[in-house]
Design a protein around this ligand. Structure first.
Ligand code: 13P
Length: 258
């Protein structure tokens, strides 16, 4: 279904035929830079099969939704949410309040959150549930550390991270982001990505799309998009500049039309 991310009032139904180009801005984009990003965007239309989304920090979400404009070429996602529905949880942000801002996607279990916030499987499972209840689509992130890869434990680690999904019955997008490739300039090789994606997709079955993330840049995006089992990209640093990000979106469109 084309542009389903932007139709927030219909049932979200991600599929592996679309290409997903998501930009995780982490804590790296100022208000001014965000305004320039959208002002300089050259993408005017929703392209069938191409799903583009930006994940700004919490403080920027409301403004980002306004800057996207009525065409909603970009969907807006959050980088995290509270695992509680509401109540006395100082400093936390509920899925419901994200929904009220027009957010339609939310990262869950990004490795930077897993590390800094000591996220447990139980907390991740609660986040999936609150997001599902609000109609926000989770982007569930998994990935192994360098030591885990070097000791041959990739499959074991990914399987244990996927355990949380065994009891989840909603829609989902997955992102495989090897921790050692995030922000390091070290991208996983094409064969590592293909092998690992095949393993994850086999473990899960189902129609869920699987994105790759970790030092994706203009120079490697096209090759990664061409790998079997890669349904899109979750991009950090290279998503901050609109010309770079939209060139990568162009590669995704080309790969759809091939
Ligand atoms: P980089 O593309 O900067 O390595 O970040 C990847 C990432 O963590 C996206 O969520």
């Amino acid at each position: 279904m084309a542009g389903w991310l932007r139709k927030q009032d219909v049932n979200l139904s991600p599929n592996r035929q679309s290409k997903y180009i998501f930009g995780n801005w982490k804590m790296s984009q100022s208000f001014e830079a965000m305004r320039s990003f959208f002002a300089d965007s050259t993408r005017q239309n929703v392209d069938p099969g191409l799903e583009m989304a930006i994940f700004p920090s919490f403080t920027h979400l409301g403004e980002a939704r306004k800057l996207v404009g009525p065409q909603k070429v970009y969907a807006i996602g959050a980088q995290d949410c509270s695992d509680e529905k509401n109540g006395a949880f100082t400093g936390e942000v509920s899925a419901q309040s994200l929904k009220e801002l027009g957010v339609c996607l939310c990262l869950v279990g990004h490795s930077e959150r897993r590390q800094r916030a000591n996220e447990t499987p139980q907390s991740l499972s609660k986040k999936l549930a609150v997001l599902q209840e609000c109609g926000i689509l989770p982007v569930f992130c998994i990935g192994e550390s360098r030591a885990e890869r070097e000791s041959g434990r990739v499959d074991e680690i990914l399987s244990s991270q996927l355990e949380v999904l065994k009891t989840y019955r909603g829609q989902l997008i997955l992102a495989y982001e090897p921790v050692w490739a995030i922000g390091t300039g070290l991208t996983a090789s094409a064969s590592q990505i293909q092998e690992t994606h095949a393993y994850i997709l086999k473990q899960l079955g189902g129609p869920w799309p699987l994105l790759y993330g970790g030092s994706v840049k203009l120079e490697n995006a096209q090759e990664i998009l061409g790998i079997e089992g890669v349904h899109g990209l979750l991009i950090g640093g290279a998503s901050l500049k609109v010309n770079v990000f939209e060139k990568i979106c162009g590669f995704a469109l080309e790969s759809l039309n091939r």
